[in-house]
Design a protein around this ligand. Structure first.
Ligand code: PMV
Length: 327
């Protein structure tokens, strides 16, 4: 019996302008556009094999067999690909992250970008970058931004077909570095899928969403002009706005740890000293400090001196999802 196999690699991404809250939770159509940078060096590598002889889907992550909700989410995503390809076969999915598990680095973006590419290729679907991005979006919204290369914008669109991400600038456009301060003792927090569903319970969400087009424009401009101070101002504002929504939703979501706040208070001071650095946080306590490549060693060493920081990972701007031909 023939097996249909493909393997793909994708990077996680860090949002400069955040996605938080959907217009349609099922299709993961966002309430606002977002901008991000792919993170080179960190990646998920995924091999998908469809076989008419398989009697169910199986999924391993870092060589550990996954069951329950984790397998169900992968299977539901594979159903979308099977439907598109009109092939009913079950699949074996083997996925591995090269970044530390449990370090609180959001892995769903890289995971669903790699899965979308590997699964669609294995079944012979020839999707455009936009179609692939729209497909990855349905696994995890931010995954659509890990399909194109470099600095990326997710155009919110008005339907399933036109909500996808595009490259704003290639990785070589600007040599920014993301220094990720990984915190000690991060207890399991509310996942983003659940968070998106309660975003509208915050009285601040409407204001955050209505100001997004203006922040997106400021971010695009700063990025294209390589204007670090302008970027820093809008990136920190947008992160604070998203966390204000999280903290005022029902139930309230508090993702910060004391050390997260310590870093958020320190970074603007570093900027006044002359370092090109700014902070942003996703749905977790880790602080991403974006900085100029020349300032990265100093930023990394300062972050390492904070007692609750167990590790500082660094990443430059990365490329898009791609197939790896190793089978
Ligand atoms: O793609 P999701 O559903 O994991 O949502 C990502 C949400 C944030 O990471 C908090 C923000 C973003 O735009 O990446």
């Amino acid at each position: 019996m023939t097996t249909f196999t493909a393997t793909a690699l994708a990077h996680p991404n860090i949002a400069f302008i955040k996605y938080w809250g959907n217009r349609d939770d099922n299709l993961r159509l966002p309430q606002n556009g977002s901008v991000s940078m792919n993170l080179a060096g960190l990646h998920t590598h995924t091999r998908v094999s469809f076989d008419p002889a398989f009697t169910s889907d199986s999924f391993t992550l870092n060589h550990l067999v996954q069951t329950g909700a984790s397998l169900a989410r992968v299977s539901a995503f594979l159903n979308l690909v099977r439907e598109k390809a009109a092939k009913p076969w079950y699949a074996q999915v083997e996925s591995a992250n090269n970044f530390p598990t449990g370090a609180g680095i959001a892995s769903s973006a890289a995971a669903f970008a790699a899965l979308a590419l590997a699964a669609s290729s294995a079944l012979g679907l020839e999707l455009s970058e936009a179609q692939l991005s729209a497909l990855a979006r349905k696994g995890s919204g931010s995954a659509c931004r890990s399909i194109p290369s470099g600095y990326v914008e997710w155009l919110p669109g008005s339907s399933d077909e036109d909500s996808y991400a595009v490259t704003l600038a290639p990785p070589s456009h600007w040599d920014l570095v993301d220094c990720i301060a990984v915190m000690k003792d991060t207890h399991k927090v509310t996942g983003s899928s659940e968070g998106h569903q309660i975003a509208n319970t915050s009285p601040l969400q409407a204001a955050r969403v209505s100001g997004a087009p203006d922040r997106l424009q400021r971010c695009r401009q700063a990025l294209l002009a390589r204007d670090f101070d302008a970027l820093a101002a809008v990136v920190e504002l947008d992160s604070n706005l998203m966390h204000a929504v999280m903290m005022t939703s029902n139930p309230a979501l508090f993702y910060w740890e004391p050390a997260s706040v310590e870093i958020m208070k320190a970074v603007p001071g570093w900027r006044r000293e002359g370092l090109a650095a700014c902070y942003t946080l996703d749905a977790g306590p880790n602080v991403h400090v974006l900085c100029a490549v020349t300032d990265a060693p100093m930023v990394k060493s300062r972050l390492e001196q904070i007692p609750s920081v167990i590790q500082v990972l660094t990443a430059t701007a990365g490329g898009g999802a791609h197939l790896t031909f190793e089978d």
